[in-house]
Write a protein that binds this ligand. Structure first.
Ligand SMILES: [Zn+2]
Ligand SMILES: [Zn+2]
Length: 293
């Protein structure tokens, strides 16, 4: 049996096993060394967030039965994509594939903040009033489908080894749960970790109600893209205890922390002031007949 067949046969079991192991480990860490006091009941948030995760898992399996690793196998068989054209050492192809896919996720994350329609979807991830390990897996089903389509397109262009796609997905899943953890890490350790992985303190800045905080630290896994592209912010303005998490006009737990409210969130309200073409022009001519919103 080749490594590809092994990955294809056990992909779901590997991912599920790692998901629950990492979830349990971070959840335990949150109990013994929490970073912030939670404001909404954990039982309520966990039931609804994990309910959304279960729903997304079912939708993805129904729509994409072979998932991303299946797409990599097809690309390999057909000779599609960059890495199926150039013969690189296997380990190098795996490493470069994981890094390239992570870069695409970074760009996708910037895009869902900038484009008003996509920000509607991505708001579901940001609307939560607290920040813990389950926040990391909380995305609207339509955003999950969009992510999968982008991933499939990326795999067709890139032609990564099947095992690279599995490593990437497992790694992203694990780091997303880690960096949404409500866990306390000593400052000096955090500073060192930040050179290799997005830490909880780094990503928490991105969940601030403040626009410039939310428009920082888009990385989910590798921390380099934010530094390289100028979207890095060291700490939240009000500190990690004082900062307000969420979206400032959506503060009702029944809307932002219950499953029906989360599913409906993309379709309510207007997008004002935040997405890229809704910023106000405050220079000369502002208010002189210009429609700014
Ligand atoms: Zn975001
Ligand atoms: Zn996040």
């Amino acid at each position: 049996m080749t490594i590809d067949e092994l990955v294809l046969d056990h992909e779901a079991a590997i991912r599920l096993g790692l998901f629950f192991s990492v979830l349990a480990a971070i959840a335990f860490w949150e109990v013994i060394a929490p970073r912030r006091a939670l404001t909404v009941s954990k039982a309520m948030r966990w039931t609804n967030n994990l309910g959304l995760v279960a729903l997304n898992t079912i939708i993805l399996r129904l729509l994409f039965s072979a998932a991303a690793v299946g797409m990599a196998a097809v690309a390999g068989g057909q000779g599609w994509g960059l890495f199926n054209h150039f013969q690189l050492p296997f380990w190098l192809a795996v490493a470069l594939s994981v890094i390239a896919m992570d870069f695409v996720i970074y760009l996708q994350h910037v895009m869902v903040h900038a484009v008003p329609m996509l920000w509607r979807l991505h708001r579901v991830h940001h609307a939560e009033l607290d920040y813990d390990v389950t926040t990391g897996a909380r995305f609207h089903p339509i955003e999950i489908i969009l992510s999968m389509l982008i991933k499939v397109a990326t795999i067709m262009v890139l032609g990564p080894p099947v095992v690279a796609v599995l490593i990437f997905e497992v790694l992203l899943n694990a780091t997303a749960m880690f960096n949404h953890g409500n866990v306390r890490i000593p400052g000096p350790v955090d500073r060192v970790l930040r050179w290799f992985v997005v830490t909880p303190d780094m990503h928490r800045v991105h969940h601030s109600v403040e626009d410039d905080g939310a428009n920082s630290n888009f990385g989910f896994n590798l921390p380099w893209w934010d530094r390289l592209f100028g979207t890095y912010r060291d700490q939240p303005r009000a500190g990690h205890q004082g900062m307000i998490i969420g979206i400032h006009r959506y503060r009702d737990p029944r809307q932002v922390d219950r499953l029906p409210g989360m599913l409906a969130l993309p379709f309510v309200g207007r997008i004002m002031g935040y997405a890229i073409n809704r910023r106000e022009w405050n220079g000369p001519g502002a208010g002189a007949g210009h429609e700014v919103r």
